[in-house]
Ligand binder design. Structure first.
Ligand SMILES: [Fe+2]
Ligand SMILES: [Fe+2]
Length: 166
């Protein structure tokens, strides 16, 4: 089975974007259903940004220094998503701002995913080659097993600290 890093991350993106569409289709008053969808979005984004922050981004930065600016911008986009995710995790689905906050999260993450997939992942594929991408993919599979699933877990909070102080 392929563990190509970019294939793995794109599969995550696909799953996340499907949940975004489910949220948008759920209807104005489907609070309970939208709450469940957002719980799942929070879980997937927490795992996904963790494996990118801890494995993919540092490896790309180290091996392809030309992509440094793309990586740094992506860390910041993760941080914006993390802040929204943290706020949503503590919010009731029928709260006045719940839908608006989720909509802003969706807009931000869609933009971020497009940048990864269209702007700099292709350069990563070109620059690293198949074998290294397989290796990084395997490391991410491994990191997934111990990844935080909730934004309140210490390993998830580490991202916020890194975003501010490093
Ligand atoms: Fe990302
Ligand atoms: Fe991603």
């Amino acid at each position: 089975m392929s563990t190509d890093a970019i294939v793995l991350l794109k599969n995550d993106h696909k799953e996340i974007k499907k949940l975004f569409r489910d949220f948008e289709a759920a209807g104005e008053n489907a609070h309970q259903r939208k709450g469940q969808i957002v719980d799942r979005i929070i879980e997937l984004l927490t795992v996904h940004t963790y494996i990118e922050n801890e494995v993919m981004y540092p490896r790309v930065r180290e091996l392809l220094p030309d992509l440094e600016d793309d990586v740094l911008e992506s860390y910041e986009e993760h941080h914006v998503a993390d802040v929204l995710v943290m706020e949503l995790a503590g919010m009731k689905p029928d709260a006045e701002r719940f839908d608006a906050k989720t909509t802003v999260l969706i807009e931000n993450v869609r933009h971020h995913i497009d940048e990864e997939e269209d702007e700099w992942f292709p350069k990563v594929r070109e620059g690293l080659g198949r074998k290294t991408l397989q290796e990084i993919g395997a490391q991410m599979e491994q990191a997934k097993k111990g990844a935080p699933r909730k934004p309140s877990q210490p390993s998830a909070l580490k991202k916020t600290i890194d975003a501010v102080i490093s």
